[in-house]
Design a protein around this ligand. Structure first.
Ligand code: UD1
Length: 423
């Protein structure tokens, strides 16, 4: 385990290059299992979660090489169809290899992912959708076994919630249901889901309605190898925009995807931040004290839940009262108590965070409990007077490529330290 030591109160200035999107790379790597031909992915971020997904592919018998952002995935004959508990426990997204494995193998066995620090995360809709698509699912000793028993000629499935993971799982099944016409209604609209559909079409799938809440899929017999470039990470983008503002600095992000952070940008402008976009760049400047506001984390195109903890930090150092709710993970509050240790005046009441802004946070030892919560604590440390030490910072390596050197490049005084040395 590592700690992150920060000396806060320094306005960040300069440029940061945005990495490839984690939540696009993961489902695309999993979906590569759908073809027997090689797949090349470019702009893949070098992250712990990506390495976990690579280990899963290797575990089921796929050769993967990954260097300088380019990943080559070469399937071998005799694909395995069991996943160890360890990989699903580490990362929920690994549950999404179930669909590709069952379509390649006829049956597959993947442990249930269970809950995590951001609240309960069931897979009931994944299983309900699979059953609608002719796949029998049973759960024994915590392992989901899925078996293809029939291919319906036509099927419509309505997602109760526009879930990202469920949409991706069902897409990877429907594309290989040869001859069947499948309609998925109320699907997730997140750019990462759209990218997965575009990627599958590039492999020879027939998906229509991409970018709308109804996807029409005509199943094909086989998919082909392809080459695909991963889009920039909109959550990393948002995190650095917020880092610039909590530090009261001026930071430009390069390699930005215009249009993917519209609601966030509007919210930050409403709070009084100076945000300017041009082509593939976006710049956040702190010119005057920001005003507190109401923030609702919602499905796309709303403010993403994966930026809610970081936005809580900005609210904590903005003027007046902010009210923050998260309609995706309604109990995603594990960061709040740690922020209080840093002097934030915030509390949770009835699934809502009430924040009374203070001028500046104060450094203290804190502990990270999840990926985005860890990012929020780093932002808090960037703002705070004196030194902040964040224990258990390893979560951050799941989702932020080279965060320590990127932050140092814009003037942050921060350092990763082995925990034994820090104590
Ligand atoms: C993905 C993202 C994650 C992000 C989340 C919401 C990846 C790898 N992860 O997670 O970073 O925070 O989208 O944008 O892309 N639900 C059910 N039953 C199910 C499935 C989901 O009730 O079978 C609920 C969840 O509990 C949650 C909501 O649906 O309340 C949305 O979750 P979902 O979109 O599925 O999130 P993930 O795909 O797990």
């Amino acid at each position: 385990m590592k700690s992150f030591q920060l000396k806060g109160g320094i306005p960040l200035k300069g440029q940061v290059r945005i990495s490839g999107s984690k939540n696009t790379a993961l489902p695309l790597i999993a979906a590569s299992l759908l073809t027997e031909e090689p797949v090349i992915l470019k702009n893949v971020p070098n992250l712990e979660d990506v390495r976990t997904m690579v280990d899963i592919l290797k575990h089921v018998g796929v050769a993967v090489s990954f260097r300088d952002g380019t990943m080559a995935i070469t399937p071998k004959s005799g694909l395995g169809n069991h996943l160890p508990y360890e990989s699903v426990r580490k990362m929920r997204a690994s549950f999404n290899v179930l669909g590709p494995l069952v379509m390649r193998h006829g049956e597959a066995h993947v442990p249930l992912p269970g809950g995590c620090a951001i609240g309960p995360r069931p897979v009931d809709m994944h299983l309900e959708g699979m059953r609608a698509l002719g796949i029998e699912t049973t759960i024994n000793h915590g392992v989901v076994s899925a078996k293809r028993i029939q291919t319906p000629d036509a099927q419509t499935f309505h997602l109760r919630i526009p879930s990202v993971g469920t949409t991706e799982q069902l897409l990877s099944i429907a594309v290989l249901m040869e001859g069947a016409e499948v309609v998925l209604n109320n699907v997730a609209l997140e750019p990462e889901v759209q990218e997965m559909a575009l990627f599958l079409n590039r492999m020879g799938a027939r998906i229509e309605g991409i970018g709308t809440s109804a996807l029409r899929i005509t199943g094909v017999k086989r998919l082909f190898g392809t080459e695909y470039e991963i889009i920039p990470d909109r959550i990393e983008t948002g995190t650095y925009l917020l880092a610039a503002l909590v530090s009261r600095g001026d930071v430009e992000l390069v390699g930005y995807h215009p249009g993917h952070n519209v609601t966030l940008v509007r919210k930050l402008q409403e709070m009084g931040a100076d945000i300017r976009e041009s082509e593939n760049r976006i710049r956040a400047r702190y010119l005057r004290p920001l005003r507190g506001t109401d923030i609702h984390a919602e499905v796309y195109p709303g403010v993403p839940t994966d930026l809610q903890p970081q936005l809580t930090v900005l609210a904590a150092v903005s003027e007046g009262v902010s009210v923050i709710t998260d309609t995706v993970f309604t109990d995603r509050f594990v960061h709040v108590d740690e922020l209080k240790r840093l002097g934030a005046n915030c509390s949770v009441r009835n699934h809502t965070i009430i924040v009374h802004g203070v001028d500046q946070l104060k450094g203290a030892p804190v502990k990270a409990n999840d990926l985005r919560g860890a990012a929020a604590l780093i932002l808090a440390g960037i703002n705070a007077k004196d030194q902040t030490v964040i224990q258990n910072i390893d979560y951050i390596f799941r989702g932020y490529e080279e965060i320590s050197s990127k932050l140092r490049g814009i003037g942050a005084q921060c350092e990763l330290v082995e925990e034994e040395l820090a104590s």
